[in-house]
Design a protein around this ligand. Structure first.
Ligand SMILES: *Cc1c(COP(=O)(O)O)cnc(C)c1O
Length: 391
């Protein structure tokens, strides 16, 4: 048996986690992702996927995927720089450059890898990375991987960011890094202000638009469109496909020099197998739907408004969010777990998020909405919350 010499320590730490209500566990899904989902054999109405536009099982994506498998096979067989870069990857990169208004786009196998790569690929010793404290773990890990110095600033606090920029004024290369939509709070970063500060202090900017891309903006171009940033004042953007796009993978969009540098230096790009061509083919199909089917964003916004209004009437503590991520703050870990369980008994599934993913004392239900939900679904959730919280 493969046992570590310190396995007793592992066992102790695991059981302590269990007592504290912080044990993470997989559950087995059978059938497709969606608002109607089966986990460990039980059916639920789900409010915890990131399939915001309801595209994960769209017939057009399935068809593009299957057609590509028939033509191009399954495995891509190698990294992008060897023989893994198919014509679908290439088409998708060009389509994404057009869509985002950037010169170039570069595909990564996941958002996690894109975030590691964009930071590690651009920043070296003597450089400074300045990150929002609530940034996604993958961005913070990118900073840890890089030999550059990493500083953090209070969440969305532009005065604190300005202080960091002032104190590092003598450093030539500074990179501001922020989520565009924060994944556990659903609020957005003040991108216009960040770009202004970046211009004043001559810093670069990377934003991670995992939860805005496809969802925000009239045509789904994400936070860039929401903030109406001009073409000559765009941050470097990371977008992912595992959320609103309903597939998997990610990209970085930037100018030619940044992209070429990442191709040379981003280790999470160079040293990994390209995603299957079929995933790129399906993502191309999804990009078309994101652009043309604006009703998906409209439906989603209507459901968000309905949920917020209902939740406020119930006196629930919501966050400053107009995105598909609608957390309800509970506070105490155990209480949040209990409410999550009570919802499950009523056939409703929400994310129960506890520290260390969120700060101590801010355990929450992470409710996410999708264009595939109906008004009736939202009513069902609100009714259940009302009944459970009345006890
Ligand atoms: C999900 C997420 C990622 C990671 O993307 P994957 O494609 O799932 O690896 C990165 N950043 C943010 C903000 C995310 O929510």
């Amino acid at each position: 048996m493969a046992t570590l010499p310190w396995s007793e320590q592992l066992a102790n730490a695991l059981s302590e986690r269990k007592t504290r209500g912080r044990y993470r566990q997989q559950r087995v899904r059978s059938g497709q992702q969606g608002v109607d989902i089966t986990l460990d054999g039980q059916r639920f109405l789900s409010f915890c996927s990131n399939d915001y536009l309801g595209l994960a099982n769209h017939p057009a994506l399935k068809k593009a995927f299957i057609d590509s498998v028939e033509r191009d096979g399954v495995g891509s067989g190698a990294a992008h720089l060897l023989t893994g870069h198919s014509c679908y990857h290439d088409q998708l990169e060009q389509a994404l450059a057009d869509f985002t208004g950037h010169q170039r786009a570069l595909l990564f196998s996941s958002g996690y890898q894109a975030n590691l790569g964009v930071i590690d690929g651009l920043m070296a010793r003597d450089d400074v990375i300045i990150q929002d404290k609530l940034n996604h773990a993958s961005l913070l890990d990118g900073g840890r991987l890089s030999p550059a110095k990493q500083l953090r600033y209070q969440h969305n606090d532009m005065t604190a960011l300005a202080r960091r920029l002032t104190s590092t004024q003598s450093v030539e290369r500074k990179l501001i890094v922020s989520d565009a939509v924060f994944s556990m709070d659903g609020d957005i970063a003040p991108l216009a202000d960040i770009m202004d500060l970046a211009n004043t202090y001559q810093a670069g900017v990377v934003i991670d638009d995992a939860h805005g891309f496809g969802v925000l903006g009239q045509t789904g171009r994400g936070s860039i469109e929401h903030w109406q940033l001009s073409a000559d004042n765009l941050p470097i953007v990371v977008g992912t496909f595992g959320k609103a796009f309903g597939t998997a993978g990610a990209f970085v969009a930037a100018d030619n020099d940044v992209i070429e540098t990442l191709i040379q230096q981003a280790r999470s790009y160079v040293y990994t197998t390209a995603q299957p061509a079929a995933v790129a083919a399906a993502t191309l199909a999804s990009l078309k739907l994101v652009q043309t089917e604006t009703w998906r964003r409209d439906t989603l916004q209507a459901l968000i408004a309905q949920f917020r209004q209902g939740a406020e009437q119930l006196g629930l503590e919501l966050m400053q969010s107009f995105t598909a991520i609608q957390p309800v703050v509970i506070g105490d870990d155990q209480k949040a777990i209990q409410i999550g369980k009570a919802l499950e008994q009523k056939g409703l599934l929400v994310g129960v998020i506890r520290p260390p993913t969120v700060p101590e004392g801010s355990a929450r239900l992470r409710i996410t909405l999708s264009a595939n939900h109906t008004q009736q679904h939202v009513v069902q959730l609100l009714d259940a919350l009302e009944q459970i919280l009345a006890h």
